[in-house]
Design a protein. Structure first.
Length: 408
């Protein structure tokens, strides 16, 4: 054998892979190696998101999103409290600006309660302004269990604990090939080193479908990258927002609509929108990837999705190029906001799985293969839910791979 054998290799060092490594290392008597392509952990979705600990308001009751968000949120708060990770359970408001949206708020409140949320309150205009004096709407929902945190910091802390429990983490190693031979996975990497393992978990985020294909699977989804672009409020206008202000989401999409978020490190972010990215790590319109585009265009679901949503797609694109239009969307929630209050912020790219029929997969999706597990859809709120997803992966790995639990 030309490489050191491990019981398990995890591909991808975002918060999902690292949370799974931590839980597996603590719970199971197995040797674990996590490989991350970039020089540091949390380089993509995990390190470029809104930093919101989601409450679980939006998700279909009974779905994996709903269950893991609820469990993950509370476990996350406990972890932050015990380990001294900066965070805040600051709550948020979802603002209805029309009567039609007000009716949707009532439905959201019902969903929230079905998902086990407590303390949700329907507010009138005065009640909204007691929380957010500059917001304007006919009604709002106050959701006290929402919070903020830095998910990169959390990933780092999970990684430290995984290592203390015996997991090995290597960064700067991209998996480029996978051969299953004599009951073992043989992985090729971009640094020329080969790695072997009895079992494999794929948490490669924007590349999870490609990694599944490397492993010989033909998953019935393709990752379509949707960029979310942010502005930040100029510091002198930050007093317009206390905490988090959200619109009523369009129920046809898994994205929440541009909103205001206070960051745990300070400052107010506005966004993200949702535009098609021309590359999996396409953080601006300048980033194009021929291979990624070919993968997208050759997927029948991409065209079916386009046929359904081209109108919304064009509007989002227009807003991406027009700061005025972006400011107008924000001014629906806080009318005092002007184009001149915004300065360019960062961007993140969502790994959204789309099926052959052009449907955007709503729930988390984990595919089982021979001696392997592939996380093929882990969009928001997967960062919030990461500890619960880590636990789910651990349970499935124990059942599927026959890992033995540590005693005591
Ligand atoms: C704009 C935006 C806003 C969001 N806001 C929130 C929010 O407020 N709250 C929330 O809960 N969720 C939010 N999310 C969702 C959340 O960020 C993701 O669900 C979560 O980070 C997914 O984690 P992950 O580990 O699956 O993926 P990632 O963080 O993308 O990690 C995957 C890792 O795999 C690595 N990798 C890929 N291919 C290979 C390979 N071949 N070999 C080795 N490594 C590889 C990548 O380099 C990457 O580091 C947001 C997402 C975006 C994009």
């Amino acid at each position: 054998m030309d490489c050191k054998l491990r019981d398990l290799i995890i591909i991808g060092g975002g918060i999902v892979g690292v949370a799974a490594a931590r839980m597996l290392a603590r719970e199971c008597s197995v040797s674990i190696l996590l490989l991350e392509a970039e020089k540091h952990l949390a380089a993509h979705q995990t390190g470029r998101n809104s930093g919101v600990i989601h409450s679980g308001l939006y998700y279909r009751p009974g779905s994996m999103k709903a269950k893991t968000c609820r469990e993950g949120r509370e476990t996350l708060y406990r972890f932050c409290e015990e380990k001294g990770v900066p965070h805040e359970r600051c709550g948020k408001v979802v603002v209805a600006v029309t009567e039609k949206e007000k009716a949707q708020l009532a439905e959201l409140a019902r969903r929230g309660e079905a998902n086990g949320l407590t303390g949700i309150r329907l507010l009138d205009r005065a009640g909204l302004q007691a929380h957010e004096p500059h917001a304007e709407g006919v009604a709002a929902l106050h959701v006290p269990e929402t919070g903020i945190v830095d998910f990169s910091v959390l990933t780092q802390r999970f990684a430290e604990e995984a290592q203390v429990s015996g997991a090995e983490i290597r960064t700067g190693v991209r998996v480029t090939g996978c051969e299953f031979r004599d009951g073992l996975f043989h992985l090729d990497t971009d640094i020329g080193e080969r790695f072997c393992a009895r079992t494999l978990i794929n948490t490669a985020g924007l590349h999870c479908d490609e990694v599944a294909q490397l492993c010989g699977l033909r998953p019935d989804i393709r990752i379509i990258p949707f960029r979310g672009e942010y502005y930040t409020l100029k510091p002198e206008r930050a007093e317009l927002v206390n905490h988090l202000i959200y619109p009523v989401p369009d129920p046809r999409f898994p994205f929440l609509g541009v909103h205001f978020t206070r960051r745990i490190g300070g400052g107010i972010e506005a966004g993200p929108n949702a535009v098609l990215a021309m590359k999996r790590e396409g953080y601006s319109w300048k980033d194009w990837g021929a291979g990624d585009l070919a993968s997208m265009l050759s997927w029948p679901g991409f065209w079916r999705m386009g046929a359904k949503y081209w109108n919304t797609g064009l509007q989002e694109m227009y807003r991406s190029f027009s700061r005025r239009s972006f400011a107008r969307a924000l001014a629906r929630l806080v009318p005092e906001i002007k184009e001149t209050d915004l300065q360019p912020g960062g961007a993140g790219v969502r790994a959204q799985a789309v099926d052959r029929q052009g449907r955007l997969l709503d729930d988390f999706h984990i595919l089982e293969g021979k001696q392997m597990l592939h996380v093929l859809n882990a969009p928001s709120p997967a960062a919030t839910a990461s500890l619960a997803i880590g636990r789910t992966i651990t349970e499935r790995a124990c059942a599927l791979f026959g890992f033995s639990r540590r005693k005591g």
